[in-house]
Design a protein around this ligand. Structure first.
Ligand code: ZN
Length: 214
C-alpha cells in the first residue's frame, strides 16, 4: 500500500550518483513494517551501491493514519532553514490532495507540517504509549461491564488523555463518565492518562463530552 517514488541521490562518501526508492506516502494503519522503520530510525537509510556506505537521505513524504486522524507532511529537516518558503510551497502542493484525503480516508484534523523525522517519531512513540495505556484501561473497563467510547485523536493528544472513554452501560454524559474513570483509577492509579482524563472530565462544565468522536 505504501507508495514509492524514485529519486536520484549522490553518495556523500564517494560521490557515486544512483537512483533510490523512497516512500512518498506511508499509511500508518496499514504499512506496519514501514511504521516500524520510522520508529526504529531506519526509514530512508540508503546504501551506496559502489562503496556500500550507509547514509540517510530525506525526501518529503505523507504520513496518513485515518484511524488516528493523522495526516502529516514530513519534510527533510534541512528545509527548516527556509521554513516559511517551504511551508507555503508544501501547502500549495498538498492542499488539493488533502481535500480528497479528508473525503475518502476520513482524516478530519488539520494536517501537520513537520521538519525531519524526529517530531513524527516522537508523536508515534507517544501515541503508542497512549495505545498501551488505553488497552489496560479497556481491559479493566470490560471487567466492570463498562462501555468504551472513542475520543477524537487530536483531543487525546492535546489533552494527553486516553484514546477511549469508559462509560457505565445505559448512561451518557460527563458525570457518569467521570464516575467510571474515577472508579477505574481507584483500582489502578498507575495510568497517568486515565488520571488526565478524569481531570479533564472534572474540569469540564455541563453534561456534554466535546472530545468524543461524533
Ligand atoms: Zn559511495
Amino acid at each position: 500500500m505504501a507508495t514509492k517514488g524514485v529519486f536520484r541521490v549522490e553518495c556523500p562518501h564517494c560521490g557515486e550518483s544512483f537512483d533510490a526508492d523512497f516512500w512518498t506516502v506511508v499509511r500508518g494503519d496499514r504499512d506496519r513494517d514501514v511504521k516500524e522503520l520510522i520508529l526504529s530510525g531506519e526509514f530512508d537509510i540508503l546504501m551506496c551501491p559502489k562503496c556500500e556506505t550507509m547514509f540517510s537521505h530525506e525526501e518529503p513524504f505523507l504520513y496518513i493514519d485515518p484511524t488516528r486522524d493523522l495526516l502529516a507532511i514530513v519534510m527533510p529537516e534541512a528545509y527548516q532553514e527556509k521554513e516559511a518558503e517551504w511551508l507555503e510551497r508544501m501547502k500549495k502542493d498538498y492542499e488539493p490532495l488533502r481535500a480528497s484525503l479528508s473525503a475518502g480516508q476520513g482524516v478530519t484534523g488539520d494536517p501537520m507540517y513537520l521538519f525531519g523525522l524526529a517530531p513524527l517519531t516522537a508523536l508515534l512513540e507517544t501515541d503508542r504509549d497512549r495505545e498501551e495505556e488505553t488497552e489496560v484501561m479497556e481491559f479493566m473497563a470490560r471487567e466492570d461491564g463498562l462501555r468504551l467510547l472513542p475520543v477524537k485523536p487530536a483531543d487525546a493528544r492535546s489533552l494527553d488523555i486516553l484514546f477511549t472513554l469508559p462509560m457505565p452501560a445505559g448512561l451518557t454524559g460527563r458525570t457518569a463518565a467521570l464516575k467510571a474513570a474515577n472508579g477505574l483509577l481507584a483500582r489502578n492509579d498507575a495510568l497517568p492518562r486515565l488520571k488526565n482524563l478524569a481531570g479533564a472530565l472534572a474540569a469540564a462544565k455541563g453534561e456534554g463530552l466535546p472530545f468524543l468522536k461524533p
